[in-house]
Write a protein that binds this ligand. Sequence first.
Ligand SMILES: Cc1cc2nc3c(=O)[nH]c(=O)nc-3n(C[C@H](O)[C@H](O)[C@H](O)COP(=O)(O)OP(=O)(O)OC[C@H]3O[C@@H](n4cnc5c(N)ncnc54)[C@H](O)[C@@H]3O)c2cc1C
Length: 368
Amino acid sequence: MDFEVAIIGAGVVGLSIAAKLSKDYNLVVLEKNLKFGQETSSRNSEVIHSGIYYPKNSLKSKLCIEGRKMLYSYCEKNEIPYKKCGKYIFATSENEISKLDEILANAIQNGVENARKISLEELKSSEPNVSAVAALYFPESGIIDSHSLMKNFETETNNFGWQIVYNSEVVAIDKIEKGYKISVKEENSTFSFTSKIVINAAGLYSDKIAEMVGAFKPEYKLYYWKGEYFSVGNGKNKLVNSLIYPVPNAQVSLGIHATIDLNGGLKLGPNAVFLQNKEVNYSVDKNNLKEFYNSAKRFLPFLEIEDLFQNQAGIRPKLTNNPKEFRDFIIKNETEAGFENFINLIGIESPGLTASIAIAKYVAQILI
Ligand SMILES: Cc1cc2nc3c(=O)[nH]c(=O)nc-3n(C[C@H](O)[C@H](O)[C@H](O)COP(=O)(O)OP(=O)(O)OC[C@H]3O[C@@H](n4cnc5c(N)ncnc54)[C@H](O)[C@@H]3O)c2cc1C
């Protein structure tokens, strides 16, 4: 075998796995783009989630809570910019208050630390410009510079002598005795190599990679849901200090919320637009401006429509086209299907950034 481990995809998940496995395996990472993190990993809210909403014992819940703690210590140790700024969830009308109770109960059951109801006086002292009738506070939530995180994972991998090979698209995978043959398209040529273990961290294309080798089931099919953002300008970005979320209305999205970033920016989003034809297009539809404004005005009353500007978009690789259905991360060694040490990571949507270090630990544990 040429390598012990081949990782497909240099997003935050593939890179975190590479950094984790670097000291124990000889490995290579293949990435079709010219740089790391050009897809979902650089098109998200950069929020370090607490783990509030997911069903207890789901991988999303466990890996988010464990990953969040690991991420904060990793940031400290490696000087990666982050801020534990806290998050509020607001009820903006009386009939949303019971929903807050449900969210708090779920968070406590999941083991989210220090989650609590706060009084409106307390809320006003930290977020004087926000309007709400009741609120929850989650002090463990934060924001992170995801580019620095990925850069650090890459450097760790390189320091062990392993490469992230860019401009290299995996186009075929064959099961061979004791491993896999991987064919890669590079510019105008194709080459192949062998690896004992293959880790499919290909994000939006992870179902296609599973199909290439035959380690695919109908429930692995991905659906694309776009999330657009509008930024808040005209100086009003300074009127919010933390993460401001309304009560969520569906599984597909947490509702249009307000997130701060490490550069003093404030953005609204993401919304959730189902991409019927799965076309990957990161434009932001200016016709959605009104929807963003109306949603956010409920809890950010200082906003005027002229304060909103088209910003960025990302695409969620979701395992369902039903906005109300919960689907967990798929992280599986496909041994039972006859593909020993072919590891599928499919449907790694939010909280994949928060969970990335815990996902890498989990993957290391399921290798044979
Ligand atoms: C709108 C939005 C907001 C989000 N907000 C948050 C948040 O605030 N907090 C949070 O924790 N999570 C958030 N997430 C989720 C988080 O961004 C993802 O879970 C995470 O980035 C997934 O990383 P990844 O490495 O699996 O995928 P990706 O970043 O998509 O990386 C996959 C890589 O595989 C490569 N690839 C694909 N096919 C091939 C091939 N054939 N050959 C070679 N390379 C290939 C791609 O080029 C890509 O670089 C959000 C997601 C979205 C869409």
